[in-house]
Ligand binder design. Structure first.
Ligand SMILES: NC(=O)c1ccc[n+]([C@@H]2O[C@H](COP(=O)([O-])OP(=O)(O)OC[C@H]3O[C@@H](n4cnc5c(N)ncnc54)[C@H](OP(=O)(O)O)[C@@H]3O)[C@@H](O)[C@H]2O)c1
Length: 329
């Protein structure tokens, strides 16, 4: 008999999440039936969406939503051998049983030397978000100028590097000098610390006096309200995330987007990466190739220990992560 540990949402978040909003539970797992596998989580993903989606999709007492890289430790399903690694969507738990339908094997070309945690980051959902957002929503072309915020994070760092591969000029903003130095190291043309600039408008103008063809927005709120005025005529805005608003108890009010959108004839499109689930293999293959060729660099902020999952989640929302936030179970 295996006893799993799981983090449950004890109380819906009010404003910024607190460690007291979570509870650690033990769950006895049943014996495997034919067709089932037993898995052990190895890496858990720490993602911003958990904050708004918990409000929308969960009730108090539910196991926190989330994905993991997990190892198969027992199998009664011929499609999954013991020792294999998969990506699962089984929430914040150390062990779980699956019938295999919701498990994604790592690409067969995954080299042994590459951390499997990348299947949750640069070569996983955040990397795919950058890939499809830039390709299909921003539709970037060589020679264009791309702006991305939360640029040193899991999605943003891939956006910038993909835009460079695509022959663009890239400007990124991030919340610390260490993150800004990292962005310059991985090839961003311009980067600034949005928390210390005296004027966001001036910083955006200085980084690209001609304005921006594409804006990959991970942050929303005030940043987006200022950046929209720096777009070039016919610019495209990919609305990927709104992390500056996820912890608001009272919704933020305007300024509103209609005027700059009309005057500059902008396109603005929200998207969710799952729109391209049918092209997941294509995206992963491309990202894996660029990582192996050294054209996409990655950084992971790894927190050790399942017991630290709530702290890692809160830390990520506070901006403590450089690159992808991961918990090693
Ligand atoms: N549409 C989709 O399908 C999709 C998929 C994945 C992610 N997303 C969204 O993409 C965004 C980035 O996700 P990620 O996984 O790459 O996370 P991440 O950037 O690795 O981590 C979150 C970062 O957001 C920044 N941040 C936090 N609070 C902020 C605030 N009030 N104002 C400005 N920046 C703030 C922090 O960086 P700084 O230190 O730079 O502030 C923090 O490190 C999120 O909005 C997420 O919801 C959307």
């Amino acid at each position: 008999m295996v006893t799993a540990k799981a983090w449950v949402l004890k109380k819906h978040f009010e404003g910024f999440p607190k460690t007291s909003d979570f509870d650690l539970k033990k769950i006895e797992l049943p014996k495997l039936k034919d067709g089932e596998v037993l898995l052990e989580s190895v890496f858990l993903s720490v993602d911003p969406y958990m904050r708004p989606y918990s409000q929308r999709d969960m009730k108090e007492g539910d196991i926190m939503i989330g994905t993991q890289v997990a190892r198969i430790i027992e199998s009664k399903n011929p499609a999954f051998v013991v020792g294999a690694f998969v990506v699962a969507n089984s929430g914040w738990r150390t062990h779980f049983v699956s019938n295999g339908k919701d498990l994604h094997s790592l690409p067969s070309s995954w080299p042994e030397s590459l951390p499997k945690s990348l299947a949750l980051g640069t070569v996983g959902m955040p990397g795919l978000t950058a890939y499809f957002g830039l390709l299909e929503v921003c539709k970037v072309k060589p020679g264009e100028t791309v702006l991305v915020n939360a640029a040193a994070g899991a999605v943003g760092s891939v956006v910038g590097q993909l835009a460079k591969i695509g022959g663009c000029k890239v400007v990124g903003s991030a919340g610390s000098d260490e993150k800004v130095a990292y962005l310059k190291k991985i090839g961003f043309d311009e980067a600034f610390n949005y928390k210390t600039v005296t004027s966001l408008k001036e910083a955006l103008h200085k980084a690209s006096p001609d304005g921006y063809d594409c804006f990959f927005d991970n942050v929303g709120g005030e940043f987006a309200s200022v950046a929209i005025h720096q777009m070039k005529k016919y610019g495209r805005i990919a609305v990927c995330g709104a992390i500056s608003q996820y912890n608001d108890s009272v919704p933020q009010k305007g300024p509103y987007v209609q005027f700059p959108m009309i005057l500059k004839e902008l396109q603005m499109e929200g998207f969710i990466v799952h729109r391209w689930n049918n092209r997941r293999e294509e995206g992963q293959k491309a990202l894996l190739k660029w990582v192996l060729e050294g054209k996409i660099k990655y950084h992971e902020q790894i927190t050790e220990g399942f017991e630290n999952m709530p702290a890692a989640f809160i830390g990520m929302l506070k901006g403590e992560n450089l690159g992808k936030a991961i918990v090693k179970v």
